[in-house]
Design a protein around this ligand. Structure first.
Ligand SMILES: [Zn+2]
Length: 330
């Protein structure tokens, strides 16, 4: 769907399509344990979180140079633009790369190179969000933020991702305080697999401004009331929820109930190469499976721009919002 929208929940490592993975593997002399793009494409049909993570981390081995990261981001931005994305706030996981011996500067400068030419190349404005892997230690997160200091001009916010259960937000209090002191905005994954309490902790202990996923708030009416009253944006990823079995079928997704409750929902793609589609595909899928009407779809798009970190460019936000109002559905 070409409805103008902002993508607010997108892991750049999760946009690596099989064709690019093979091209980069060849260029960098990395041997992938797959004979062909077809065989690799078949591996993308995983059926649980662990097989997804195994594949996800195995394929990262092909990303070595600044040029690799720039190509990855450029390919995503081209796809996103073709599906109506006008603004993208992009997550990256520096620890997944530094652990393989790739310097953080290579990652950030490579991504930054693609992002800084994105408006001209694709008509998409961008922000970059540095995420900490929550299954690693708080010390590792602090070290990562420290290593990113020379590149802060390229970074708008920090986030928290990877395996949620057993790694509550409070574990990262100190690094979020440090990020606040550096003037960075804050988001965190919470309430995808973890309990509603993790959403509260992300708000109260980490001071986040948006919750990534947040689905499980629906188990806690008091929390829902608070999220509505404070207009806390939730970055939902419907196709991801189905692939990772957070919901059984898209038709069971709580999005309509969440919208009806007045929650500030947005629709995003998470790891689109792996989860069956980009932002526009997610909009198409929920429109079909949940019978969302034009006004609900328009609300989702409006919400995405309202939740975007565009406070330093309100003129642009207003322009995007006007595009949403002017859009005609087919
Ligand atoms: Zn995510």
């Amino acid at each position: 769907m070409h409805l103008p929208k902002a993508e607010l929940h997108l892991h750049i490592e999760g946009t690596l399509e099989p064709e690019l993975a093979f091209a980069l593997a060849e260029r960098n002399g990395v041997t992938l344990p797959y004979a062909s793009t077809e065989e690799l494409r078949a591996a993308y049909e995983f059926d649980d979180l662990q097989s997804f993570l195994d594949l996800y981390y195995a394929l990262m081995a092909v990303l070595r140079t600044e040029e690799d990261f720039a190509e990855l981001a450029d390919a995503y931005l081209a796809r996103a633009a073709a599906q109506g994305v006008r603004h993208a706030e992009i997550f990256f996981d520096p620890q997944a790369h530094t652990a393989r011996g790739v310097p953080i500067g290579t990652v950030i400068e490579g991504l930054g190179r693609a992002l800084e030419r994105s408006e001209e190349s694709h008509g998409v404005s961008t922000r970059l969000i540095l995420c900490f892997l929550r299954d690693l230690s708080a010390e590792s997160a602090l070290g990562t933020l420290d290593a990113a200091r020379p590149y802060l001009h390229r970074i708008s916010a920090v986030g928290l991702d990877s395996a949620e259960v057993g790694h509550p937000p409070a574990k990262f209090r100190e690094v979020y305080e440090a990020a606040t002191a550096l003037g960075l905005r804050k988001v965190a994954h919470a309430g995808e697999e973890g309990p509603p309490e993790y959403i509260r902790e992300a708000l109260d202990v980490l001071g986040v401004e948006r919750i990534d996923h947040g689905l499980r708030c629906m188990e806690d009416p008091e929390l829902v009331a608070r999220l509505v009253a404070d207009r806390v944006p939730l970055t939902l990823c419907p196709l991801s929820n189905v692939r990772l079995r957070t919901v059984d079928r898209l038709a069971d997704h709580p999005l309509p109930a969440m919208l009806a409750a007045g929650l500030h929902c947005t629709v995003n793609s998470d790891d689109p190469a792996y989860f069956g589609g980009y932002a526009g595909d997610n909009f198409d899928a929920v429109r079909e499976a949940l019978a969302l009407g034009p006004e609900q779809l328009r609300t989702l798009a409006r919400n995405s721009f309202e939740a975007a970190f565009l406070d330093d460019d309100e003129e642009r936000r207003a322009r995007y919002l006007a595009e949403v109002e002017a859009y005609t559905f087919d």
